[in-house]
Design a protein around this ligand. Structure first.
Ligand SMILES: C[S@@+](CC[C@H](N)C(=O)[O-])C[C@H]1O[C@@H](n2cnc3c(N)ncnc32)[C@H](O)[C@@H]1O
Length: 258
C-alpha cells in the first residue's frame, strides 16, 4: 500500500521515516500532495530570509490573528495551493481592499512568490506553509474568511488515488465552516472527472448554495452582491497549457446566511 493518508482521513498518523527539513508539522501526513523537492536560487533564498519572518508562517497550533499580522483590518481571502503565486500576486494588486493569504506546501513555489512580493512591494499578501486542511482546522477561526479560492487543485486522475483529492466532502464542510455567512468559495479545474466530483460533493454541502451555472445558481443574481469578484487572473498552471484544449469549469458557492 502507498505510504499515504488522504485528506478525508484527518486523524491519520504521519508516515514513518525521517522527518523532512522543517519538522514533521509541515508534512504531517501526505494528503493531496506529494513532497516535491526543488532548488531555490541564492537570490530567492536571500529574499526568503529577509521577508519570511514578516510575511510567512509555518503551520502551527496557533490561531491566526490576521488583523495583527497584516497590520490592518480588512476582509480575508484565502487561496489554497497558490503554487508559484502568479495569480496570487495579480489578485493582490487588483484587490488592495483584501488581505490575501496563500497556503502552499511547496517551498520553492512560495519562494518565487516571496521574491515577487518583495520586488513589487505588495503589502496585502501573507503566506502559510503547510497542508491547507491542517491550516484551516488549526489556525483559521470559524466564520472568519470572506473568500476561499482553490485554483487547479491536483486532480489525482487514477481511481485508486481519488482519496488523495483535496476536495473531499469533509474538506468542503471545513472550508464552508471557515467562511463568513455570505462568503464565497471559488474553485476552478480543467479536469473533467475532477469537475464532476467537485460538483457532486460541493453541491451536496448543506452550508453552501450555488452562485453560478455549474453549482446550480444564477450568477446574475449574485455577481454584484457577492463580497469577492467572480473573475480571476490566469494562473501559472493554466498558462503552461499542460492540458491544452481541456475545458475549464469554475464553481462558485456562497456560504448560506441563516
Ligand atoms: C496543480 S498546482 C496549481 C497551482 C496554482 N493554483 C496554479 O493554478 O498555478 C496545485 C498546487 O496545490 C498544492 N497543494 C496540493 N495540496 C495541498 C494542500 N493540502 N495544502 C496546500 N497546498 C497544496 C501543490 O503543492 C501545488 O502547488
Amino acid at each position: 500500500m502507498d505510504a499515504v493518508n488522504d485528506a478525508a482521513n484527518h486523524s491519520a498518523e504521519p508516515a514513518p521515516g525521517p522527518r523532512p527539513e522543517g519538522g514533521h508539522r509541515l508534512y504531517p501526513r501526505v494528503t493531496s500532495f506529494r513532497m516535491r523537492r526543488g532548488a531555490i536560487s541564492p537570490a530567492r533564498q536571500d529574499s526568503w530570509d529577509e521577508m519570511w519572518p514578516r510575511i510567512g508562517k509555518d503551520v502551527a497550533d496557533e490561531k491566526l490573528d490576521a488583523d495583527a499580522w497584516f497590520g490592518r483590518s480588512a476582509p480575508v481571502v484565502v487561496e489554497i495551493g497558490c503554487g508559484t503565486g502568479t495569480a496570487t500576486a495579480a489578485m493582490a494588486q487588483a484587490e488592495p481592499e483584501f488581505n490575501l493569504i496563500g497556503i502552499e506546501v511547496y517551498k520553492p513555489g512560495l519562494a518565487q512568490l516571496v521574491q515577487r512580493i518583495e520586488r513589487d512591494k505588495i503589502e496585502n499578501i501573507r503566506l502559510l506553509r503547510g497542508d491547507a486542511v491542517d491550516v484551516l482546522e488549526n489556525m483559521i477561526a470559524p466564520e472568519s474568511l470572506t473568500g476561499v479560492r482553490v485554483f487547479f487543485p491536483d486532480p489525482w486522475p487514477k481511481a485508486r488515488h481519488h482519496k488523495r483529492r483535496l476536495l473531499q466532502p469533509e474538506t468542503f464542510a471545513l472550508i464552508a465552516s471557515r467562511l463568513i455567512p455570505g462568503g464565497v468559495l471559488h474553485v476552478a479545474t480543467d479536469h473533467a472527472d475532477y469537475a464532476e466530483w467537485i460538483g457532486l460533493y460541493g453541491n451536496a454541502e448543506t452550508q453552501l448554495i450555488g452562485m453560478n451555472e455549474p453549482t446550480g445558481g444564477d450568477p446574475e443574481a449574485y455577481r454584484n452582491k457577492a463580497p469577492i469578484g467572480f473573475e480571476r487572473p490566469i494562473t501559472k498552471f493554466e498558462n503552461k497549457g499542460l492540458r491544452a484544449g481541456s475545458a475549464i469549469t469554475e464553481f462558485i458557492w456562497g456560504k448560506i446566511e441563516s
